[in-house]
Write a protein that binds this ligand. Structure first.
Ligand code: PGD
Length: 808
């Protein structure tokens, strides 16, 4: 494979956000510039974060151990995140850490190790950090793991009960070519935010979504973006009721465009129910579809009509909640019923309290329209949420590292991590079961950053204090690494060979090492192999292979399975694949992809021959299974449930602004926040927060001001940007600014003297504000998207951002 590139040469490489050629600097130690892959029509701007990232000052140069842990041994400590670090040699650190793994297993059992290690890490089929850790821990005898993701935690649990697994909805969504040809009305709850479509986990190839959406617009489809933020769909604008009131066939030339319905955040379910109410009341519901393809339509209809709870879900009822005029709701329902209509919901809507409901209510709406399974009509999930839905995927699985089996049965829904630490022995419900939180003593994290992804960071910080040991593998001094006891410097993907790929991209790409390893950084694989050796299962972990031999092994066995043994999905032909040397030479290999897809077409054609994988085999608008769970916060049919934090509730008197903490447009999550693209977006060195000019004026805030954003749970500083793309009362602060808690000793006492509380994130991380509560007792998923806040101009001394300055 690769010898590290010389200064002028470029090597093929890939990130979750795209395929590119990396050229190194004169010394060959860092990436000087990147050139997007020629096959990518819409390269992600996130590529701009890569140059300079390998040797950035925030790299972990050598192993580091928290002084208190090194000197006093493992145990609970309030010093995590505040202590200094020592830097013993690798071997010494590995010896002591292996001893600690052995101690915890001996004294408390394997379930006392939390190894969920949630996170995106970097692209790569072999060096995938989480897979490596799981393989290691399984060979150690197991660990407490996590289920589901922060991205789609609610979808992953509710959708299999009511239509199909989340992966089916996203992998096998109707493709953009079919939509452009057939779809007349595209109603998108959450819009189609193209900023998210640069990314897919594993290493994206082409990015066809912008062109797909443009083709739909060019074909004259009426696109309706229902979101508090207009630029969730580029070019969307507020329009009058007459825009929706077209009858007969749309005049594609005259009526094309995107309409913005600036809904009050968190109230989409009310709007969806009212749309169903109109369809039902006006005889526009497709009764034959409901009869043939659904169960539970009558119970759900009784709820919509108000027969079961005394409240009819009329447009007037909904208008009071979602602040969309009743006349507009009626016009939209009629428009949808008259045309080939797709209803789609972005993932962000389910990352809220009761996040199961918008998914289910949108499904019910699509079912009442009766177009599920028709080309260009029906129900979808996640257009605009990633570089996945609407693409032509490959039918073949990709090579991956075998992780082995985990003998420990304890687990948590991934976003319950703080609860678990706070309440060992306490119980929680999840998808119909009641489970007990284990007593965790050692936590290991590789390739993830809970100080980015988790909610209520103050609570998380306190909860981490109860551990005996926190181990973090990361290339960078992330906020999690700063809170760790043992920090192991990982290589970045640019320092190692690997293969990249996602099924949606239909490509397996080469990730060739571009530069040598930084300082004392090691591959996660080598670190874990060295620990495994010390713990007596080195051979079981490595199977006698080094990294290069593993990549060859994974590729060769995968190729053998597909080509010679012809283990391929039904209906797919075995592909022809070159050997690895040829793939390396070519920089990658294209895989055959599926043709145009119409989601649920087989089911529509013959629901008996192609039943859905739900208990009834049909779409469930009422679920007996969920009824049996008897959950107050997840009733057995789609239901409007008032969230704890929304602008129509009591809390809004004190916290009058609804903050949307969405995905950033300038980086992936918290990755490479120090990169050029991300840094260029900062305002006064902080994360930009967008406010409507009216809300800003009411608070005396001007563009570029530093503001303090606060709730009862915590506060952060951010840089103000005024924008009328937001509905008044709504503010937007993306996730991913590295958590930088104010500490007078580090940041200087002046801001504290002016009233800035310790722990305030001086950089603008919204997860100091968000509540750590699950979506419901069903999925217990992340609800970080929404929080009520207040904002004031910060006139005191502004502390420096120190998040990227290493603690040693
Ligand atoms: P990343 O910033 O991608 O965030 O949360 P996640 O933890 O995945 O973290 C990946 C880490 O991996 C980085 O620190 C990076 O340096 C490290 N890394 C990269 N390569 C390697 C490697 O080879 N080895 C090792 N050991 N480390 C590596 C993302 C999560 O956040 C997600 S998916 C979503 S969708 C959620 N969204 C929201 C939201 O909408 N709103 C809020 N408020 N909060 C959210 N959090 C969630």
């Amino acid at each position: 494979m690769t010898d590290v590139a010389g200064p002028a040469s470029g090597v093929p490489h890939a990130a979750h956000w795209g395929t590119y050629t990396a050229r190194t600097d004169r010394e060959g130690r860092d990436v000087a510039d990147v050139t997007p892959w020629s096959g990518d029509a819409a390269p992600s701007p996130l590529l701009g974060n890569i140059p300079g990232s390998v040797t950035h000052r925030s790299r972990v140069a050598r192993p580091a151990v928290r002084r208190g842990w090194w000197e006093d041994g493992p145990g609970p400590s309030s010093r995590r995140g505040r202590d200094s670090f020592v830097q013993p040699p690798w071997d010494e650190v590995l010896d002591v850490l292996a001893g600690e793994y052995a101690r915890v297993v001996r004294e408390f059992g394997n379930s006392a190790i939390y190894g969920g290690s949630y996170g995106w890490a970097s692209a790569g089929r072999f060096h995938h950090a989480q897979s490596q850790v799981h393989r290691f821990l399984n060979r150690l005898g197991g660990y407490t793991g996590s289920v589901n993701s922060y991205s789609t935690g609610a979808s992953e649990v509710i959708l299999p009960h009511v239509i199909a697994p989340e992966s089916v909805l996203t992998q096998l969504a109707t493709t953009w070519d079919v939509l452009a040809r057939e779809c007349e009305v595209f109603v998108c709850f959450g819009g189609v935010p193209l900023k998210n479509t640069g990314t897919d986990s594993g290493g994206s190839g082409p990015h066809p979504t912008p062109a797909g959406l443009a083709a739909l617009q060019d074909a004259g489809a009426r696109i309706v973006a229902i979101t508090p933020i207009a630029d969730d769909l580029g070019g969307a604008r507020e329009v009058g009721d007459d825009w929706f009131a077209g009858t007969g066939r749309l005049d594609r030339a005259a009526d094309a465009g995107a309409a913005w319905i600036p809904i009050r955040p968190g109230t989409d379910v009310a709007l969806m129910l009212a749309l169903v109410h109109v369809l039902d009341a006006e005889g526009l519901a497709d009764e034959a579809f409901l009869q043939r393809y659904c169960v539970g339509a009558e119970a759900f209809r009784a709820y919509v009509r108000g027969e079961s709870d005394g409240v009819a879900k009329t447009p007037e009822w909904a208008a009071r909640l979602c602040e969309v005029p009743a006349s507009r709701i009626v016009a939209l329902a009629r428009l949808m019923a008259a045309h080939r209509t797709t209803v789609t919901v972005t993932w962000s809507l389910q990352r809220t309290e009761h996040g199961e409901q918008p998914l289910w209510a949108a499904l019910a709406l699509a079912a009442f329209l009766g177009q599920i399974g028709l080309p260009g009509g029906g129900y979808a999930n996640g257009y605009g949420s990633m570089n996945k839905p609407g693409l032509h995927p490959t039918a073949f699985r990709l090579p991956s590292l075998p992780q082995g089996a985990n003998p420990v049965t304890d687990f948590i829904p991934v976003a319950r991590v703080t609860d678990m630490l706070e309440r060992p022995g306490g119980t929680f419900t999840y998808d119909g079961g009641t489970y007990t939180y284990p007593d965790i003593r050692l936590m290991v994290w590789a390739g993830g950053n809970p100080f980015h992804h988790h909610q209520d960071l103050g609570r998380l910080r306190r909860a981490l204090g109860g551990l005996d040991t926190l181990v973090v593998h990361d290339p960078y001094w992330t906020p999690l690494a700063r809170h760790a006891d043992v920090v192991l410097p990982s290589t970045t993907s640019l320092e190692r060979d690997d293969l990249a790929g996602t099924r949606a991209s239909g490509r397996l790409g080469v990730m060739a090492a571009a530069v040598p390893r930084h300082e004392q950084a090691r591959d996660d694989y080598d670190i874990l192999a060295a620990l495994a050796e010390r713990l007596g299962f080195g051979e079981a972990f490595t199977e006698g292979r080094d990294a290069r031999q593993w990549i060859e092994h994974l590729y060769d066995t995968w190729r053998e399975d597909l080509t010679r043994r012809r283990i391929v999905p039904p209906g797919a032909e075995a592909p022809t694949l070159p050997d690895l040397a040829q793939v390396w030479e070519a920089g990658g290999v294209e895989l055959p992809t599926m043709g145009p897809i119409v989601a649920f077409a087989d089911f529509r054609r013959d629901p008996s021959a192609h039943p859905l994988p739900t208990p009834s085999g049909r779409i469930e608008l009422f679920s007996d299974v969920i009824k049996g769970y008897d959950l107050p916060d997840c009733p057995p049919h789609p239901t409007w449930l008032e969230p704890t934090e929304w602008l129509g509730g009591e809390g809004a008197r004190r916290w009058p602004l609804h903050l949307v903490a969405n995905q950033p447009r300038t980086r992936l999550h918290s990755q490479l926040d120090h990169g050029a693209t991300s840094q260029a977006s900062k305002v006064a060195g902080r994360e930009p927060i967008r406010l409507h000019p009216v809300d800003a004026a009411a608070r005396g805030i001007g563009c570029g001001d530093v503001v303090r954003v606060f709730t009862d749970r915590g506060a952060c500083l951010a840089g103000a940007v005024l924008s009328d793309a937001l509905r008044p009362g709504v503010v937007q602060l993306s996730t991913g600014a590295w958590f930088d808690p104010y500490d007078p000793a580090r940041h200087g006492p002046e801001a504290g003297a002016a009233g800035l509380a310790e722990g305030t994130c001086v950089h603008g991380n919204p997860n100091v504000l968000t509540a750590d509560r699950g979506t419901s007792g069903l999925a217990q998923a992340c609800t970080g998207q929404h929080v009520l806040v207040e904002i004031e101009r910060w006139d005191g001394p502004v502390p420096p951002v120190l998040a990227f300055d290493p603690p040693v």
